[in-house]
Design a protein around this ligand. Sequence first.
Ligand SMILES: [Zn+2]
Length: 392
Amino acid sequence: MMSRLAVRALALMACLVLATCSVAGQQPMPSTLEDAACDVSSTLLFDGTAANRSISEQVDLGPRLPGSNASLALRTIMLEAAEANGWTAETQVHERHGMNLTNVILTLNGSAATPRTAVVLSAHYDSRNIADQDLNASNRSLPVPGANDGASGTAVLLQFISIAPQLNLEHDLVLFFNDAEDQNQNYTEGAEAWADNLTDEDVERIESFLLLDMVGDADLHLHNIEPGNQTLKQRLLALGAALGMVADQTDCAGELGEDIMRYNVTTAVIDDHIHPHALGIPSVNLMDPVYGESKSGTFGSYWHTMEDTPDKVSAESLERVGRLVEVALRTGALLDVDPQEQPEPNDPGSTATDVETSSAPSRNSGLLALGLVGLLLILGLIGTAEWYLKRS
Ligand SMILES: [Zn+2]
């Protein structure tokens, strides 16, 4: 994902005045979903230690740059596991900005009769080609190790290749390993190419899109990432509370949770999920946007540096996130999502903020909201202009 200071002030202003900034943390918790989570919480399969091994394996391959041998080797790992576990595999090659990127789309058919719906889990499997945030100037032309930024989401998805067939899901499950998320000043290229090629029928049958990016940070704090579907966030927060991932909330065992899902803090991020979101598919990004020390205008002091190494990632964090996703699948939390808060199709302007923003008090005044619609429109237009200017 990318981060830019230029729209920081706009994002902060929008966040301070919009009730949606902390909406995910303000909703009543759907107790039935929490109960469903507790019913399966003692039989979860996701193994953080195995996921953590994958981090080192991926980093040991070398930089997973689009078109590289390391990228090919990682795809071979995906495809061999997919074949061994009964998935249908498809690779899609696109040429963008002089790169040949390769998306990998694995589908596990659900048990329901056709027509079937689908849930998409996605992560970028490329690693960034330049450590342009590194404090050491001589490192800035080197490719990052990508232990968290790249390998973490990929490690979680890789494990679902073997876990998902045991879950007896009725719907199809798609694991979308996207390429070229993070190359030079070109971001989310693989996800955009995938979204561009979806038919209306495809869009219609995708119930939800769940992105995992930078989920392995040993000091894990998942933020409320905007844009994102509020219903999905609310459900994930309820499931996370059941799994002990929300401070001041009791988990299934009656213990107080840890401060992991910090959904009272909103961070706006342009990432792969913006493309399905713009198509009206309920989409959400699970991400910890502070990797290392908090550093203004960035996603933390390790982000896009040579410090993004396996020792900064932990099995515990990967297990937290992997199990949250597993519970979401097993409880049906990713199905039948109200898309009411989706933007108009092809309107990325409403998603065009990508910098860290602060948490803000929720304000529910209808009058205030009405009065702010005009301001929002203006901010959206400015944001759109910024977004396109910076991308071009
Ligand atoms: Zn990145």
